[in-house]
Ligand binder design. Structure first.
Ligand code: PMT
Length: 404
């Protein structure tokens, strides 16, 4: 598919500024992560950073010469003012790790090496990832310098806490490269959903029979997680209500974990008022045990059947509170995809429904891809066949955005 804003980061240029802290050893992994998104990475190193990681490593991984000098020798015929050229071409200046010294320089406009000149000259967004000893990080000078940067619109990725290389415990660890790459990706995306609040339900529900057993379904939360990730990248505020899943949602999402259909209903009801859009990607139980048995059902009890009752239908229950919110449902169907989905669209008062085939490989529960169609009251909006869930998520969001 094409045309999704920000979907393709290929060709975007990121300057990775590496400063002189021990966490510089993670910089090669940041380069790899960014490159895997098709991003053109230009590494700029301070003198001190070369004690911790070599230009050769970063050059090899980025596939570009590493920049270290403010006054490099320039080959004849290719003259440009390097720090200005780099600053102008950048779509993002990422500084990881950023030492206390470099943060102080940025806060006070000191430009005495290549990287600090670029930081002063660039009009691109800047993401700073501080990493240092906990006492240096908590020192009022560093706190004030970070405040200054934040007020100027610089993005700060707070360091993680834990055991530090210097032997101290506390805040100061550079976040994992995957997290730095995810934050960079988020900044690079076009924010066409800024100002929109999305409430997304994901995963299965688990309905307990006794302390040992429960009824559940095959949902892994992958489809929901793709929507959460895509919406956040495009600037939406995202809240997730998730049944038990074995995955982490995008770091910027506010996640509420629930277990049963009843708990999911309560959570949706409690959080609906702040949302502009509700997407019900969760596979909610239709039937739950009539009674929960507080003691384990024993083999000797000779149980032959299980009494079930209907669970609350979340979408139908919250329908009276819809107002001008945009409701999107999913329909998991093994047959009569279009007709069944249309009925659900009407019966549950939805604005849009994503009908996906289940029960075959490459679609529905647990798979990386999905097949089916997207419907509104006006008719079929789209057919999709074995489309990656990440790509489908953007497509669904495109349709939502057009209709808001
Ligand atoms: O999580 P994955 O492994 O990636 O799998 C994705 C998925 C197959 C679970 C997802 O794409 C999907 O189809 N989710 C909806 C599954 C489902 O419950 O479909 P349904 O046809 O039974 O329900 C229709 C709609 O009503 C759904 O939006 C559902 O969330 C909602 N519902 C269902 C039951 C209930 N008691 N209350 C509800 O609100």
């Amino acid at each position: 598919m094409g045309g999704t804003p920000g979907e393709d980061l290929a060709g975007k240029q990121v300057i990775l500024g590496v400063t002189g802290g021990i966490a510089a050893y993670k910089a090669p992994l940041v380069v790899r992560g960014l490159k895997s998104l098709g991003i053109d990475v230009r590494v700029v190193m301070t003198d001190a950073s070369r004690y911790f990681v070599t230009p050769t490593t970063l050059q090899t991984l980025s596939g570009r010469p590493v920049h270290t000098e403010l006054f490099p020798e320039t080959p004849p015929g290719a003259f440009e003012v390097e720090h200005i050229a780099l600053a102008d071409r950048a779509d993002l200046l990422l500084i990881a790790p950023a030492t206390a010294d470099f943060i102080a320089k940025m806060a006070h406009g000191i430009a005495d090496d290549l990287l600090s000149c670029i930081a002063l000259a660039t009009k691109a967004p800047v993401l700073v990832c501080p990493s240092m000893n906990v006492n240096m990080y908590l020192h009022p000078a560093t706190r004030e310098n970070l405040d200054i940067l934040q007020k100027r619109g610089v993005f700060i990725l707070e360091p993680a806490s834990g055991e530090l290389a210097c032997g101290w415990e506390g805040a100061g660890r550079l976040p994992e490269p995957e997290r730095i790459v995810a934050e960079s990706k988020k900044i690079l995306y076009q924010k066409d959903l800024a100002g929109i609040s999305l409430l997304v339900t994901c995963g299965p529900t688990c309905e307990d029979i006794d302390p040992v057993r429960f009824i559940t379904n095959r949902s892994t939360g992958k489809m929901g997680a793709a929507l959460v990730e895509a919406a956040g990248l495009r600037g939406a505020r995202v809240k997730v209500i998730s049944g038990p899943v074995n995955r982490e949602y995008a770091p910027w999402a506010d996640v509420i974990m629930v277990r049963s259909a009843g708990q999911m209903l309560d959570a949706v009801r409690d959080n609906l008022s702040g949302a502009d859009v509700l997407v019900m990607a969760a596979a909610v139980a239709d039937y739950v045990p009539e009674t929960y048995r507080g003691a384990k059902i024993k083999k000797g009890d000779k149980l032959t059947s299980l009494g079930l009752k209907s669970s609350p239908d979340i979408l139908s229950t919250i329908r009276p509170f819809k107002d001008d919110k945009f409701f999107v449902g999913f329909a998991a169907e093994t047959d009569n995809l279009s007709d069944s989905a249309r009925k659900k669209l009407m019966n549950k008062g939805l604005d849009m429904i994503v009908a996906n085939r289940v029960g075959e490989s490459g679609t529905g529960f647990g798979s990386d891809t999905n097949s089916g169609l997207i419907l509104s009251e006006a008719g079929v909006l789209d057919h999709f066949e074995q489309v990656e869930k990440e790509v489908l998520a953007h497509r669904i969001l495109d349709f939502i955005r057009e209709r808001l």
